[in-house]
Write a protein that binds this ligand. Structure first.
Ligand code: ADP
Length: 263
């Protein structure tokens, strides 16, 4: 028996298969996240706990070098625990895409700035924001996006220059084009793409603390919203992180794009 598929039916078959593959990939990622949370955290907790015990009960027997080795072990266990936590957050971003809804970006930014209160105060950062639109997104993830971008703009400030950060949004027809501009240290042009990869860092912990997942989280959030993110930068002068959010697409429960009726 031969079954004749029209071009439309064929395209639908391919699309359904891709959606099924996407759902399976997401499930695998979630499973991985659960394994990371339980199986990796436990040994880390034990390392940290026994390092503490070693210092408490045998600290007097160690010289300065021995104590510094112990401190490095403890700090490394702590850092790895932070990385596992970040990886978990990264893995969970794709969950609940059906919960995207009308979200006020001004409100999301305001929440992010509350979270950055201490950093803004100590760095004396000046934050300027234009009026931002309402977009189809997830409010918690949108806040997280602003928190990471503005937080980085403060963290990677230039010595001897007060950080000035400007957030704006431009109507680009089918999408909104956002920018977060800073006057910080800038990004090496060879790494403007690489910095969006998980755990990719251009600096050591001694220079700037971090796990290197902040921008990877931003990229994943923006992909869930259906947009893209990139950076333009001049070293020593500053960086502008751009991201887009489409205006008229929504995601159905199966994760397929669908045209929204404009109101
Ligand atoms: P982290 O800040 O923990 O290293 P991120 O993923 O947020 O992780 O950033 C990755 C790298 O990108 C940083 O290590 C830094 O080198 C660079 N970077 C990010 N934001 C900025 C910025 N606003 N100015 C300069 N460099 C930045």
């Amino acid at each position: 028996m031969t079954i004749d598929l029209s071009e439309k039916q064929f395209a639908e078959c391919i699309r359904d298969r891709l959606v099924r593959q996407l759902i399976a990939a997401n499930e695998q990622l979630e499973q991985f996240a659960t394994i990371a949370s339980h199986d990796l955290r436990e040994p880390l907790r034990i390392i940290a706990c026994f390092s503490d015990l070693l210092e408490k009960e045998y600290g007097d027997c160690l010289d300065g070098t021995g104590r510094s080795y112990l401190q490095i072990s403890r700090q490394t266990a702590k850092k790895m625990e932070a990385m596992v936590t970040d990886l978990l957050e990264y893995g969970r971003i794709g969950e609940n895409v059906e919960r995207l809804q009308e979200t006020d970006c001004n409100e999301a930014l305001r929440h992010a700035l509350v979270g950055l209160g201490e950093a803004i105060k100590t760095s004396k950062a000046k934050i300027q924001s234009d009026s931002l639109p309402t977009v189809f997104a997830n409010s918690l993830q949108l806040s997280r996006l602003f928190l990471n971008l503005v937080g980085n703009a403060i963290k990677y400030r230039q010595d001897g220059r007060l950080p000035v950060i400007h957030i704006s949004a431009k109507d680009n027809g089918a999408l909104w084009l956002f920018s977060v501009q800073d006057n910080g240290i800038g990004v090496d042009p060879d790494y403007v793409r690489a910095i969006f990869a998980p755990f990719k860092r251009l600096h050591s912990d001694d220079q700037y603390e971090g796990t290197g997942i902040g921008l990877a989280i931003c990229q994943r959030i923006i992909r869930v919203f259906g947009g893209s993110i990139w950076v333009e930068s001049v070293q020593g002068k500053g960086s502008t992180f751009f991201f887009t959010i489409p205006k008229h697409t929504t995601l159905t429960e199966s994760g397929q794009d669908e045209e929204r009726s404009s109101d």
